[in-house]
Ligand binder design. Structure first.
Ligand code: MN
Length: 231
């Protein structure tokens, strides 16, 4: 068991700036069909939870990243997400300026102890036990938004995840309830955004469980892909 694999700096394919992992912000329930499949109410503003740095593992875009199946769950769910790497300090960022704070885009998986999350939700308790465990946030390499053809905000990127070669999640980031710009603007009203902060922007429909031995492929258009083997 090699539980903590936090990278010392992020692997950014198109920036010479070295970003050290900082906070991991995650947006909950940000695609309509996923909100429906989870039986959640709609909302007027995004909601967030966080993962510690120790949740991070980074792939190199080609080799498979090993992720340990965590203890205390029988239902480890994948959630493929577009991940935004913040490049500079930002507070009270207007929506129109949000793209200036994005230094990198990457693919990530928000692993979730779904059985635990359900219990916590029923008891109105915080989500840490279901979301903030070690290796629960693997990410691929980051590239600059200018590197992709459809980099205009709001982004329209195809996002998908397969398990053992079978597609389980397939959607487009245009289906987000709150856009990347809206999320950055909203988040920056509550926190001082810092270089190295990550924002997981929510998962589309099709979440489900994985088991030791499964291999996941997470893809978003031209972004470097993320391959994960559950061990
Ligand atoms: Mn998520």
């Amino acid at each position: 068991m090699d539980k903590v694999k936090t990278p010392l700096k992020f692997f950014h394919k198109s920036s010479s700036v070295e970003y050290r992992p900082s906070r991991v912000f995650c947006v909950g329930a940000n695609y309509k069909k996923h909100v429906e499949e989870m039986g959640l109410p709609g909302r007027e503003s995004p909601f967030y939870f966080m993962k510690p740095r120790e949740a991070l593992v980074q792939g190199d875009g080609s080799s498979v990243v090993g992720v340990d199946y965590p203890p205390q769950t029988k239902e480890l769910d994948y959630e493929v997400e577009l991940v935004v790497l913040i490049g500079k300090n930002g507070s009270m960022v207007p929506k129109e300026k949000a793209s200036e704070f994005v230094s990198g885009l990457g693919v990530g998986i928000d692993f979730t102890r779904r059985d635990i999350q359900r219990k916590l939700r029923d008891k109105n308790q915080p989500w840490e036990l279901s979301k903030a465990f070690e290796q629960s946030a693997p990410v691929g390499p980051f590239i600059s938004p200018e590197e992709i053809s459809s980099s205009i905000f709001p982004m329209e990127l195809n996002i998908s995840l397969s398990v053992n070669g079978i597609i389980k999640q397939q959607a487009n980031t245009r289906d987000m309830i709150f856009s990347v710009s809206e999320i950055i603007s909203d988040l920056s009203a509550f926190f001082m955004l810092l270089p190295g902060d990550l924002v997981f922007t929510g998962t589309p429909q099709g979440v489900g469980p994985v088991f030791p031995g499964d291999v996941l492929e997470a893809k978003i258009d031209e972004l470097p892909c993320l391959s994960v083997a559950i061990q």
